[in-house]
Design a protein around this ligand. Sequence first.
Ligand code: IDP
Ligand code: MG
Length: 150
Amino acid sequence: MERSLVLVKPDGVQRGLVGEVIARLERRGLLLAGAKFMQVSRALAEEHYGIHKGKPFYEGLIAYIISAPVMAMVWEGPNAVVAIRQTMGATRPLEAAPGTIRHDFALEVGRNLTHASDSPENGAKEVALWFKPEELVSWRRAVDPWIFEK
Ligand code: IDP
Ligand code: MG
């Protein structure tokens, strides 16, 4: 089953939106496979956002993600990456569709509340970067056949 790293970034935690994000992913039918509330180190932030190094917003992005605790999670499901990014909405909140988290709760790209992996390959990479294997739980819900076709 496909996996995605999901972060409720410091602004989401400070604004009390951890439960809202979890509720929306649960309601969608996605399956939680791991979670930890943590302060992100600069080293982890720089590795996670390495692809953005050199961009004008990079330093601000690192400062933002290490500014206060985040809720880091792993969610799984069929096509989890696309499904979760759809639930989050476009990177820029003013371009996010109504009903998405970034539309409903955010205004600015530099305070857009969440992170979600952008491909299955990056999902696997990011999960391995943020979580040790023993921090992940492999389980199934009794309701899964009513959500997952196969
Ligand atoms: P994503 O989070 O939707 O995958 P990316 O393009 O990977 O978006 O950018 C990573 C994060 O960097 C964004 O979520 C946002 O917090 C921040 N970011 C991206 N572009 C800008 C910008 O132009 N100004 C400020 N922050 C930005
Ligand atoms: Mg991204």
